[in-house]
Design a protein around this ligand. Structure first.
Ligand code: ARG
Length: 464
C-alpha cells in the first residue's frame, strides 16, 4: 500500500525530522481509542451527509470502509504508522487508502481537537461503568465476609492503640461505605464526561450546519458542549475521573495496610490464602502479603496520574495546546491500575481466613471497655469528666498491679468511687460494650445486621 502523506503537509517545505516524529507521536497508546474514533467518524459521516458535504453514495462507501477498518484493527491486521502521529490521522489514512479521494472529505468541519475530546469522553463513560461494576463486586465480597463473621469481636483502634471493642463486620462495613461513595464519585465523573464536544472544530466551532444534538444522540451523549473553546481546551472531566480513582485507591490502600498488619505474626488476626500471597527466594518460611502491598504501592502511581494531568493543564492558555496529549497516558494508567486492583481484591478477601479467637482475645486486653465503665458512673449521676478521671486512675492502678479491671473486687472499685455498685463489672465485657452502641451507625449486632441487610438491598437495586 502507498504511504499517505501527512494530512497537514501542505504548508511545509521540509520533512519532519525523525526525532520530531518520534517525540510527538502518540499512536503507541492512543490506539486504545480506535473504536471510539471509528464510531464517532461513522456518526460524523452521516451528519456530513445531511448537510450535503458527502452524497449518499460517498457516505455509504465511507461508512463501510470505516467498519472494515474497525474489524481489521480488531483482528490486528492493520498496523498504525507512528509517522502519522496519532490514531486519528492513521484511521483517516486507512480510509483514504480504501476509498480514495472521497475519504479526504470526512474531516470537513472537524478538527482532531474536538475529535480527540469526544473519543476520550466516550472512552471514560465506558470505563466508568466498568469500574463501578468492579467496585460492586468488591462490596459484595465485603458483605459476604461481614455476614459470615457476624459474631466476631475485635479490638477497634485509634492511634493504633486498642480503643473500644467492635464487631469485625462493622469494620468491613466501614469499607463498604467508602466504596459506596467511591461509586458515586465515579458516576459523577461519568456524568461530567457525558457531554459531546464534536462540532467545536479546532476552537471556534464548525462552519457546517451539522446537527450536533442528533450526533450526540447517535453517539449516546446526554448533552452537547455549550462553548467551543471550553469544549476543546478543558480536561476537567478526566481530572474528576482521576480524582475518583485516587480516592478509591486511598481507600483500598488503607484496607491493604490493615490486611498486611493483621496477617503479621504479631497480630495474627487473619490468614491470607496461599493463592494471594507469595514467598521469599531466600527465607523458606516466608509468606508475604504482596498483593495487598502492591495495591498499597500502586496508590502512588494513581496519585501521580492525577497530579500529572492537573499540572499539565494548569498553565495552558485557551484553547487546545499539544500539552493536552499528555492526558491519555495518565488516564490509561489509572484505569489499568484501578481495574487490576479491583480485579484481584474480591477473591483475596473471600479466601482470607479470620482468626476469631485471636481477635476476641485481643479485645479483652488493653482496657477497651474503660469508657463503658465511665458511662456506668455517668448513669449514676457522676459528671463525665469526673468519671473519666476516676476510671483513668483505675486503669493506672490495674496497669501497675498488672491486672484486668474485671478482676477488681467491688470493695476495690468503691475505693475509687462510692457510686460503683455490684453490677459495675457487667459493663466491662466486650459484648455488653458492643451491644450498647445501639444507634444508627453503631456497632451493636442489631444495627450491624440491619446495615448488612440494607447494603444487600442497595446492591440489588443498584442499577449503576
Ligand atoms: N494526538 C492529539 C491529542 O491527543 C490529537 C489532537 C492534535 N491536535 C493538534 N492540533 N495537533 O491531543
Amino acid at each position: 500500500m502507498k504511504k499517505e502523506a501527512k494530512p497537514w503537509a501542505g504548508r511545509f517545505r521540509l520533512p519532519t525530522s525523525k526525532a520530531t516524529e518520534a517525540f510527538t507521536s502518540s499512536v503507541h497508546y492512543d490506539i486504545r481509542l480506535y473504536k471510539q474514533d471509528i464510531i464517532q467518524s461513522i456518526a460524523y459521516a452521516r451528519a456530513l451527509t445531511k448537510v450535503h458535504v458527502l452524497n449518499a453514495a460517498e457516505s455509504k462507501k465511507i461508512i463501510q470502509a470505516l467498519e472494515a477498518i474497525m474489524r481489521e484493527l480488531e483482528h490486528g491486521r492493520l498496523k498504525l504508522d507512528p509517522e502519522l502521529e496519532d490514531v486519528h490521522m492513521n484511521i483517516e489514512a486507512f480510509l483514504i487508502q480504501k476509498v480514495g479521494e472521497m475519504g479526504k472529505k470526512l474531516h470537513a468541519g472537524r478538527s482532531r481537537n474536538d475529535q480527540v475530546a469526544t473519543d476520550l469522553r466516550m472512552y471514560l463513560k465506558y470505563e466508568v461503568t466498568e469500574v463501578v461494576f468492579l467496585i460492586k463486586k468488591l462490596q459484595e465480597a465485603l458483605l459476604e465476609q461481614a455476614e459470615s463473621n457476624i459474631k466476631v469481636i475485635m479490638p477497634g483502634y485509634t492511634h493504633m492503640q486498642r480503643a473500644q471493642p467492635l464487631l469485625l463486620s462493622h469494620h468491613f462495613l466501614a469499607y463498604y461505605e467508602m466504596l459506596r461513595r467511591d461509586k458515586e464519585r465515579f458516576l459523577a465523573a461519568g456524568k461530567a464526561a457525558d457531554v459531546m464536544t464534536l462540532g467545536s472544530g479546532a476552537l471556534a466551532g464548525t462552519a457546517f450546519d451539522i446537527d450536533r444534538e442528533g450526533l450526540a444522540k447517535e453517539l449516546g451523549f446526554a448533552r452537547v458542549s455549550r462553548n467551543s473553546l471550553d469544549a476543546v481546551a478543558d480536561r476537567d472531566f478526566a481530572i474528576e475521573f482521576l480524582a475518583a480513582c485516587s480516592l478509591l485507591m486511598m481507600h483500598l490502600s488503607r484496607l491493604s495496610e490493615e490486611l498486611i498488619i493483621w496477617s503479621t505474626f504479631e497480630f495474627n488476626f487473619i490468614k491470607l490464602s496461599d493463592k494471594y500471597t507469595t514467598g521469599s527466594s531466600i527465607m523458606p518460611q516466608k509468606k508475604n502479603p504482596d498483593v495487598a502491598e502492591l495495591a498499597r504501592g500502586k496508590t502512588g502511581r494513581v496519585y501521580g496520574d492525577l497530579f500529572a494531568l492537573l499540572t499539565v493543564m494548569k498553565g495552558l492558555p485557551l484553547a487546545y495546546n499539544r500539552d493536552i496529549q499528555e492526558d491519555k497516558e495518565a488516564l490509561f494508567d489509572a484505569v489499568d491500575t484501578v481495574k487490576a486492583v479491583l480485579g484481584i481484591y474480591p477473591e483475596m478477601l473471600l479466601t482470607m481466613k479470620v482468626n476469631a479467637e485471636e481477635m476476641k482475645a485481643a479485645s479483652k486486653k488493653g482496657f477497651l471497655t474503660a469508657t463503658d465503665l465511665a458511662y456506668y458512673l455517668v448513669r449514676r449521676g457522676v459528671p463525665f469528666r469526673e468519671a473519666h478521671a476516676i476510671v483513668g486512675k483505675i486503669v493506672a492502678y490495674c496497669e501497675e498491679s498488672n491486672m484486668q479491671i474485671e478482676y477488681l473486687s467491688l470493695q476495690q472499685l468503691k475505693q475509687f468511687s462510692p457510686e460503683f455498685g455490684y453490677d459495675a463489672t457487667r459493663f466491662l465485657s466486650a459484648e455488653s460494650s458492643i451491644a450498647s452502641r445501639d444507634m444508627t451507625g453503631g456497632t451493636a449486632p442489631v444495627r450491624v445486621k440491619e446495615a448488612i441487610k440494607r447494603a444487600r438491598k442497595e446492591l440489588l437495586h443498584d442499577q449503576a
